[in-house]
Write a protein that binds this ligand. Structure first.
Ligand SMILES: Nc1ncnc2c1ncn2[C@@H]1O[C@H](COP(=O)(O)OP(=O)(O)OP(=O)(O)O)[C@@H](O)[C@H]1O
Length: 262
C-alpha cells in the first residue's frame, strides 16, 4: 500500500479569539493525501478548509489529532510544504526574479545559485520576459504564476493552494488551470487546492473531498474518473456537477442556518 504524503488523523481545531466565543472550525477530520495526488477541498464558506491548509502548512497547531508528513509530525512550517493564497503574496518592492530568489535565500541556497534557479523557474511558468518587472506591473494571472514559481523553486513535496484563481477572470482562470495541471505533472508534487468552484474541482482533481458545514468534517470523497483534459460537454462531467451541487446544497443550507442563529 502507498504510504500517504500527508496523514491527517482525527484532527480538530477550535479558534479561541480574545473576547469572542470559541469557534469550532474542524472536528474529527481524517484524510490521507497520497504522493503526487491532486486533491481538491470543496465545502461551504466557513467550514474550515483554509484552517486545514494552515495546519498542514505548520502555520497553526491542531487542537486535537495529528498531522504527519511522510510519517513525521508537522509542528512548524517547512519548505517541503508550500502554500499559495488567493492574492499572490509577492513583495511589491522586489522584482519578480528577486521575489523567487528571496525564498531560496531563506532555504539557505548559496547566493550564486539563487538567481539561476529563480530564472529557470520563472521561465518554466512562462515569465522569462518579466524577470525585472515589479509585481504591480504584471496581470493577476502572471502574479499567480510568479507565486507558483516561488513556491516550486523550493521543490515542495506538497503544494497547497487556497482559492488561487478566485480573483481572476474566467478565461485567465481556465488558462491557469491548464498551467497548474502542467506544473503538477512536471513537479510530481501532491497538490491540495481549496476552491468554491465545482467546475474547477472537476477540471483538476484526482479526488474531491467534500466538507460538511462547520465544524468541518469529511462528508464524502469523490474520485473523478475522467481523463484530462475534461471538457464540460462530456455527459459524465455533468453527472459529477449534479452530484457536487446536491452534496453541497445541504451543507450550504446548514451553514446559513447556523449563521442566522448567531
Ligand atoms: N485566526 C482566526 N481566529 C478566529 N477564528 C478564525 C480564524 N481563522 C478562521 N477562523 C474561523 O474558523 C472558521 C473556519 O474558517 P476558514 O477560513 O478555515 O473556513 P473556509 O472553509 O476556508 O471558509 P471560506 O470558504 O469562506 O474561505 C470560520 O468561522 C472563521 O471565522
Amino acid at each position: 500500500m502507498t504510504e500517504p504524503a500527508i496523514a491527517i488523523r482525527n484532527v480538530a481545531k477550535t479558534w479561541t479569539p480574545e473576547g469572542r466565543p470559541a469557534v469550532h472550525a474542524l472536528r474529527n477530520l481524517s484524510l490521507d493525501i497520497l504522493p503526487g495526488e491532486f486533491v481538491v477541498l470543496l465545502g461551504p464558506s466557513g467550514c474550515g478548509k483554509s484552517t486545514l491548509l494552515y495546519m498542514i502548512a505548520g502555520l497553526e497547531g491542531v487542537s486535537a489529532g495529528t498531522i504527519e508528513q511522510d510519517g513525521i509530525a508537522v509542528t512548524q512550517p517547512s519548505a517541503e510544504r508550500g502554500l499559495i493564497f488567493q492574492e499572490a503574496s509577492l513583495f511589491p518592492w522586489l522584482t519578480i526574479v528577486d521575489n523567487v530568489a528571496f525564498g531560496l535565500s531563506v532555504r539557505g541556497v548559496p547566493v550564486t545559485e539563487r538567481r539561476a534557479i529563480a530564472v529557470e523557474m520563472l521561465r518554466s511558468v512562462g515569465l522569462g520576459d518579466m524577470l525585472e518587472k515589479k509585481p504591480d506591473e504584471l496581470s493577476g494571472g502572471m502574479r499567480q504564476r510568479a507565486a507558483c514559481a516561488r513556491a516550486l523553486a523550493m521543490r515542495p513535496k506538497v503544494l497547497m493552494m487556497d482559492e488561487p484563481f478566485a480573483a481572476l477572470d474566467v478565461q485567465t482562470r481556465s488558462k491557469m488551470q491548464d498551467f497548474l495541471l502542467q506544473i503538477w505533472r512536471d513537479s510530481g508534487a501532491s497538490i491540495i487546492l481549496v476552491t468554491h468552484s465545482i467546475d474547477e474541482a472537476i477540471a483538476l482533481a484526482d479526488r474531491v473531498v467534500v466538507f460538511t458545514a462547520r465544524p468541518g468534517q469529511v462528508k464524502t470523497i469523490v474520485p473523478i474518473d475522467l481523463p484530462r483534459p475534461r471538457p464540460s460537454r462530456d455527459a459524465r462531467y455533468h453527472q459529477y456537477r449534479d452530484l457536487f451541487t446536491e452534496l453541497l446544497a445541504d451543507e450550504v443550507d446548514r451553514a446559513f442556518a447556523e449563521q442566522e442563529a448567531l
